[in-house]
Design a protein around this ligand. Sequence first.
Ligand code: FUB
Length: 442
Amino acid sequence: MKIYNISFWILFLGVIVANAQKPIIQTKYTADPAPMVHNDTVFLYTTHDEDDAEGFKMLDWLLYTSTDLLNWTDHGSVASLKSFDWCIRDNGAWAQQCVERNGKFYMYCPIHGQGIGVLVADSPYGPFSDPIKKPLVWQKEHWNDIDPTVFIDDDGQAYMYWGNPDVYYVKLNEDMVSYSGGIVKLQENPQHYQEGPWFYKRNGFYYLAFASTCCPEGIGYAMSDKPTGPWETKGHIMKPTHKSRGNHPGIIDYKGRSYVFGLNYDILRMETDEHKERRSTSVAEMFYNPDGTIKEVPYWSENNVEQLGPFNPYRRVESETMAWGYGLKTEKMLNGGIYLTDIDNNEYLCVRGVDFGEKGPSSISFSSASENSGGYIEVRINDPEGPIVGEVEIKPTGANDRFEMMSGKLKSIKGINDLYFCFKSNKEKKIFNIDYWIMTEL
Ligand code: FUB
């Protein structure tokens, strides 16, 4: 056996830690990821665990987008319990899925205890409204009607599966907001099925992935040659592990690769070992065998998702676009835009894999708002402690919602680097807000 010296191991562990796949959203607790590929972009709809949740405290559904799977843009809340006039609950915005048909976007939303509603929009960003003004399904004799998943088959027939602990499906009509025939309950659940089904077809095989075993939950899957089963359980996409407790799959093919999204408590664990329903969404690359079965992926943090193309900084970039921004928060403006807020002294934001090009940048401007003087942003590369390539003073603008451009020069940086904005002030908390930034090329 080869004996490596201590510096080899330090380097090796450093590489593992640097590449460990962390939850992709840090500014909010997100769960039940439902990715949808549209126009070459991943639209990731999630549920939302409130920051002070102890058990499930879930009021709305959120949207994030990405084209490289490392940097995600926050679009805020796109629907909520209030989107349904008939909703009498003040909690229970559980796992939804959005699908496209003929240029319209249908979001299937369970309200725990009140069935499954459907919303429609002309754009994946919304606004979503309720076309039927009543639940699409609601079996009032039990609370099984959660976790809808919708797939439109090649022949145009759409199916909605859902349920915990039983599994049900209906055949949706072409309008996507009604169904024909009755609700069918599967005679036999896939083995270890708990909840959170994700129904799709790939290379002629039908797949039903699901949260498996309890608790902890892994991600199991079953296959069939028909959309209505029978379903044969094939195993785990991710084994249950005590590193997490819940799970919930969302699966896509994107830019020639396959991905499974799910959930964990990794951000909460950075703060406490106590159990609270404050979950975070993660993603792992997933691989199929030639017979259509799926290779098991390790736990989220043991994966390394590669960036799917470099990030272009020479355009308006919303400040809520990031690969990492632990401690930061995002809020909606009155005009519907999102800005970065709750920025404390020494917090930072990272955008991964930024392509500064052959010439490099000359300057950067931040649209920022501040009530105080003494704030500034250090622009660093490759590490929050990495080389400083510029500094921008954030001058007072008179109010935390009055945004003005603040600019500074940048030193030459070439090629692909991670970009860090390190936020500084003589004040400790809520030092300023940022709406967007623009870099200019030399
Ligand atoms: O997020 C609320 C519920 O927990 C979901 O609907 C289930 O799938 C589980 O993740």
